[in-house]
Design a protein around this ligand. Structure first.
Ligand code: VGL
Ligand code: ZN
Length: 200
């Protein structure tokens, strides 16, 4: 069976200077590049929203950025506009070795639905197709790195563990938004799901 590296949302908008900048987001790029030869497959994800996406505060009259509202599928944080399809902010960080990626999977492209996880959108039902890709390629073990620890990395790791994959998150190669206790909660959720947290 195969071991894949899943590199989550290392995009300009999540790095310093971007629309939803994660502190130190750019610091993980060299460490990720150095790891890629050690895996049977390398998969990247890209947050990929249409303009006017429902997760943007700007799509809701009078809503503040980082407020939390009830969506049909549960609570949803309202973000600044970010990772708009085709924009520079949605591009992968230029320092990332993109040529070694065998698959780049995009998520968050349905206007009404956000997608933190690389496996399921935020309704926890709509699949992205990544599970099928992993299974048909014989991938049973996943190491995850990227941005942000407490949203897309954690949701991906918990979903993958629930699906039965062996999952390790390299916390030293992730950076967090850490909003309203989200990092502590994400770590506890990952541990409860059976995800291994490693610092390198
Ligand atoms: C993310 C918030 C909104 C992430 C994506 O990649 O963690 N966070 N969209
Ligand atoms: Zn997003």
């Amino acid at each position: 069976m195969a071991h894949a590296l899943l590199v989550i949302d290392v995009q300009n908008d999540f790095c310093p200077g971007g629309a939803l900048a994660v502190e130190g987001g750019h610091e993980i790029v060299d460490g990720i590049n150095a790891m890629t030869p050690d895996f049977d497959a390398v998969i990247y994800t890209q947050d990929w929203h249409p303009a006017g996406h429902s997760s943007f505060a700007s799509s809701h009259d009078g809503a503040e950025v980082m407020s939390v509202v009830d969506f049909p599928y549960g609570p949803q944080v309202l973000w600044p506009d970010h990772c708009i399809q085709g924009s520079t902010g949605a591009d992968l960080h230029a320092g990332l070795d993109a040529k070694c990626a065998e698959l780049i999977i995009r998520k968050g492209f349905n206007t009404a639905l956000d997608s933190y996880s690389a496996f399921f959108e935020n309704d926890h039902k709509t699949p992205t197709g990544l599970e099928g890709y992993c299974r048909t390629r014989g991938i049973d073990t996943l190491t995850m790195v990227g941005l942000a620890t407490d949203f897309c990395v954690a949701y991906s790791a918990v979903d993958a563990a629930k699906l039965g994959f062996d999952v390790t998150v390299r916390l030293d190669l992730c950076r967090a938004i850490d909003f309203a206790g989200s990092l502590d909660k994400a770590k506890a959720d990952m541990v409860a799901a059976g995800v291994r947290l490693s610092s390198g």
